[in-house]
Design a protein around this ligand. Structure first.
Ligand SMILES: [Zn+2]
Length: 92
C-alpha cells in the first residue's frame, strides 16, 4: 500500500463530511471523496485524477491544489451528464 493510501485509510470521521455525490448524505471521513459505491461509480480516469492530485492533509487545512479542484469539478461534470434515474439507482 502506498503512503497516501495508508494515510487515507487511517483517517477517521474527524468532522461532519458527506459524500460528494449530489444528494448523497452518507458520512465519510474528510480524507475521502465519497462513499464506496459512489466512488467506484466514477470512471477510473476521473478517480485516478482525484487520487493523483489529492495531497494528504488538504482536507485538514482546507487548501486543495488547483489541480485537485479541477479534478473534482470534472467528476461533478461527469455526474451531471449521467441520466437521472428516479428509481433507486443500481449502484449498491
Ligand atoms: Zn455517496
Amino acid at each position: 500500500m502506498t503512503h497516501k493510501a495508508a494515510y487515507v485509510k487511517a483517517q477517521g470521521q474527524t468532522r461532519k463530511h458527506h459524500c460528494h455525490w449530489p444528494g448523497c448524505d452518507q458520512q465519510v471521513p474528510p480524507a475521502m471523496w465519497g462513499c464506496r459505491p459512489h466512488w467506484f461509480a466514477i470512471p477510473k480516469p476521473l478517480r485516478d485524477a482525484i487520487w493523483r492530485t489529492y495531497k494528504p492533509g488538504q482536507e485538514v487545512n482546507g487548501t486543495p491544489s488547483q489541480a485537485y479542484i479541477e479534478a473534482a469539478r470534472a467528476v461533478q461534470e461527469w455526474i451531471a451528464e449521467q441520466p437521472k434515474k428516479p428509481e433507486s439507482p443500481q449502484l449498491f
